[in-house]
Design a binder for this molecule. Structure first.
Ligand code: APR
Length: 275
């Protein structure tokens, strides 16, 4: 359990800042029941080809397992709700410290928790993007899961053609796919994420192994602009070495404790930065 001194040290660092940005990875959603990727037991730990080729590489290599892999992933996402880590970031925003969340996650949980400025570099599962006209539209959870379950139940084995022929249609007549970024595709919101990294004076690095670019380059961008870096992770990552503070533990446990410590500091009339 991380010490009060370390929590207070992180809170004091944040209280002296005007603009905090958070960079989040799959670890932030782990306590919502969604599997991480490279952790022991994570998706790419079970299917190593995923670490460089994503879920499509996994299904291509294990076509007969595709339906159960997808259904397993879907079950995790379906039950997932924002956890105390997501909610603590909303508190930091409401207290006037946190300006934006840059996330690698596609599970929509930061938005569902109430974060108002979320940049989703790897897209969002619940958003459909038309392959013909590129129109994007958010699909509600229920219709989304119904659509995916029908698609998976029809699947005997994985084939891109079969998936493509069962995708929902766009109003333009084209096919629409979940707007999650596949490996090799350009990331989303990169200009906005870079701007937030440059503008912040502190970056929280939360639950990421820090091995996937360009997201993993953002702490360096922030630091070269003079920002402090605080990382929260149960284990060291590829980014730990450059951080000013490393808090070993779960975001769902540590972030709420930092918020409480900040409230105490605020209670001593240390006014938060102008929002
Ligand atoms: N709290 C904080 N961190 C956690 C927790 C937790 N409760 N549980 C696990 N972690 C940490 C792990 O120690 C690990 O460092 O979260 C990190 C998860 O790392 P990855 O599984 O590699 O996930 P991420 O860094 O988000 O991967 C980036 O890779 O495959 C792509 O598109 C995928 O967006 C993903 C990207």
């Amino acid at each position: 359990m991380i010490s009060h001194e370390m929590i207070d040290k992180a809170a004091r660092l944040i209280s002296g800042c005007k603009r905090v940005t958070a960079l989040s990875g799959a670890g932030v959603s782990a306590e919502s029941g969604i599997s991480t990727y490279r952790d022991a037991g994570g998706l790419w730990d079970r299917y190593p080809e995923g670490s460089s080729g994503g879920i499509l590489a996994v299904m291509t290599n294990h076509p007969e397992d595709a339906p159960q892999i997808l259904m397993g992933f879907l079950e995790g996402i379906k039950k997932a709700k924002p956890n105390p880590g997501h909610r603590a970031l909303v508190d930091l925003e409401e207290m006037g410290y946190l300006r934006a969340v840059i996330t690698q996650n596609v599970d929509n949980l930061h938005r569902e928790a109430g974060s108002s400025q979320v940049f989703e570099m790897h897209g969002n599962l619940y958003r459909l993007r038309c392959l013909k006209c590129n129109k994007k539209e958010i699909m509600g959870r229920e219709p989304y899961f119904k659509m995916l379950e029908e698609l998976i139940n029809k699947m005997t084995r994985f084939s891109l053609e079969e998936i493509a022929s069962n995708l929902p249609s766009c109003s333009c007549g084209g096919s629409a796919r979940p707007d999650a970024v596949a490996f090799g595709e350009p990331v989303q919101d990169l200009p906005e994420a870079m701007a937030e990294a440059k503008a912040c004076d502190l970056m929280l690095i939360l639950g990421t192994s820090g091995v996937v670019y360009p997201a993993a380059s953002l702490p360096g961008v922030a630091q070269s602009g003079g920002a402090k870096l605080i990382e929260i992770n149960p284990q060291q990552s590829a980014l730990t070495g450059r951080c000013d503070l490393f808090l070993e533990g779960k975001t769902g446990e540590i972030l709420p404790r930092i918020v409480s410590s900040l409230r105490e500091i605020q209670g001593k009339n240390i006014i938060p930065p102008e929002s």
